[in-house]
Design a protein around this ligand. Sequence first.
Ligand SMILES: C[S@@+](CC[C@H](N)C(=O)[O-])C[C@H]1O[C@@H](n2cnc3c(N)ncnc32)[C@H](O)[C@@H]1O
Length: 399
Amino acid sequence: MFISQLAIDFLLVLAIYVATPLLLLVGLSRLSHLLEVSKLSPVHVYIAGCVSGIVLVPILVYILKFAARCLFVQKDETDHALYRLDHGILNIDMPPKTLWMNMGYWKDTSDFPAACCALLNELLVSAGILGREGVPPTDLSNDTPLKLVDLGFGCGDQSIYLTQRMKRTSRRNVDKVDHQPRRIFDAYVGMTISRPQYEFACSRLYSNHDLDKTKIRLYCADAATPQFWSKDIHEVMQNPQTEQGIEFATSSLKYTTWVLALDTLYHFIPSREHIFSYAFKELHASIMAFDLLLSDKPSIWDLILLRIVSRFTGTPFSNFLTVAQYKSQLVAAGYDSSKIDIRDISEHVFSGIASFIERRDGELKIIGLGAGRYKVAGKVFKWWARTGIIRGCIVIARR
Ligand SMILES: C[S@@+](CC[C@H](N)C(=O)[O-])C[C@H]1O[C@@H](n2cnc3c(N)ncnc32)[C@H](O)[C@@H]1O
């Protein structure tokens, strides 16, 4: 049913005109009774009426307008509201082509998936697995098999990128089975704590028939507490095998193992300590991570605000460590301090993601949507960019 804005306004006015005398009638009859019983003076009742009116009238108007909007689609001569731009929601690709979810590296892009992938590349370059030109450095083109333990793989975009797109460059490195250039990682074990993300990633990865599924294993588990992992997970982490017991790389092959944590370690409860220790002692692995660190001189107000923010973001406040504290946690796990490198890349992270969320919110509004809870996240990133209280860092700890 379509009626004009004029008609909605008319109905609203009519409702108010009908309701007001009725309320007055009831109100007046109650008022004399109230004054008698409560012994309140008419002045007090008048003041109470004014105060409650200030609160109640806008609420009443809002409720009436909302109800009118729900009942009738607005339409007038100049605005053909039936056909605006909100049918954009019917044209959006579902599921979206990518579902990256990290803070991104915005130096050379303003596109979200590209920035997310660039952050991963920045980690791989820092670890020496990728050259600046986007191809693996030649010294990687030897026969050393690489194993990647990917903690917090999100919806699998990075799993697809790391296991399918990235190939070794040397002609010598041709896969014996499919005669294609060999993939960079000979074994990939991914883990996420989120069940829906795990299921989504599985459906994306395992539906690909070209994929050698025996070499790619995904798990849904808490990466912060290896002591509670199942036996199966420990076995695959330490000596990857298929369920049928066929090794996908013979145990005589010595893996070089990397643990990747792309924008995830600060969530770990109770701390990063268990996984650092497990990576060093059980996996004999190097670590590459994008992580959040605390500035050396935060103001007291910023610290109070950060405590509040950490409550709402599932991040233990105690996980915000300074560079020195972070390094000593890695050293306590066994890593050599001379082989730890922490590089601050905040300038290419926080302002980029904050501006992107703001821009995306505006774009979504055109089709009647909005950035929702990510708007608050955008404000937090803006605050971090302005004050520098939180630093976005690349952490490399070599075994
Ligand atoms: C900011 S997202 C990053 C996702 C992904 N790395 C990306 O770049 O798109 C953080 C991810 O860490 C995962 N995560 C958080 N705490 C975790 C934990 N204790 N164990 C495993 N995964 C965890 C979340 O499920 C989420 O997918």
